[in-house]
Design a protein. Structure first.
Length: 218
């Protein structure tokens, strides 16, 4: 069995069409995960015991159930509730909700990694609590969370393949259709893997550049 390069070239527009959707849902899911993770970590570190408990329970729930199950639950659950949503939206909500839980724990680890002595030193200099957080804690925490945030972003990009099960026309969806029509599974999924590698490599490069800029700014 030979590897048909011409088949890949002929069907490149199909992959590029799917790539557009993959990039869209990846970018949105990463952005919403970062925002939602911030909301969750604020609750997680709250002085209100009930909020801390709810946030902790939420994190455990989303981290210990498969994201595919969450997608189905949201997609079919919305229809049962009388407010059906698209597969794209269900996938986006599930990816954001689950990864927001992971991101919240990354934020929490970054904040708690800052030495208490630095906080006390800031207070001794007459800073208020918010000033200590914004001037002393936050800049250092941001630099420390960039690498794990980058890893989580890669997880999100790869997990976008699961939204194909909800008939969202991203790369994996088009790859499955091509395979069904042509039976050229090897060429199709080899090309699909290359495209995912391209997207994750570009994302990793952007995050490394951001990490370097923050280190230089320090």
């Amino acid at each position: 069995m030979s590897f048909d390069v011409n088949f890949i070239l002929r069907n490149l527009p199909v992959f590029l069409e799917g790539l557009t959707v993959t990039v869209q849902i990846s970018a949105l899911a990463i952005a919403f995960s970062l925002i939602w993770g911030l909301v969750v970590v604020i609750a997680r570190l709250s002085r209100v015991k009930a909020l801390r408990g709810l946030a902790a329970a939420y994190v455990e729930l989303v981290r210990n159930t498969p994201v595919l199950v969450q997608m189905y639950f949201i997609f079919f659950g919305s229809a049962v509730a009388g407010y059906p949503i698209s597969g794209f939206m269900a996938g986006l909500i599930a990816l954001s909700a689950q990864n927001g839980g992971y991101v919240a724990e990354i934020y929490r680890a970054g904040i708690q990694s800052i030495s208490q002595r630095q906080v006390e030193a800031g207070m001794a200099l007459g800073m208020q609590g918010r000033q200590v957080f914004s001037i002393v804690v936050l800049p250092q925490a941001i630099r420390r969370v960039i690498p794990p945030i980058s890893n989580q972003g890669i997880v999100i990009i790869k997990d976008t393949a699961l939204v194909s099960t909800l008939s969202v026309a991203e790369m994996t969806y088009h790859a499955r259709l091509l395979t069904d029509r042509t039976a050229a599974a090897y060429e199709v999924f080899f090309t699909l893997a290359l495209f995912y590698l391209l997207v994750t490599t570009v994302f990793s490069g952007v995050m490394r550049l951001l990490e370097w800029r923050l280190r230089v700014a320090q």
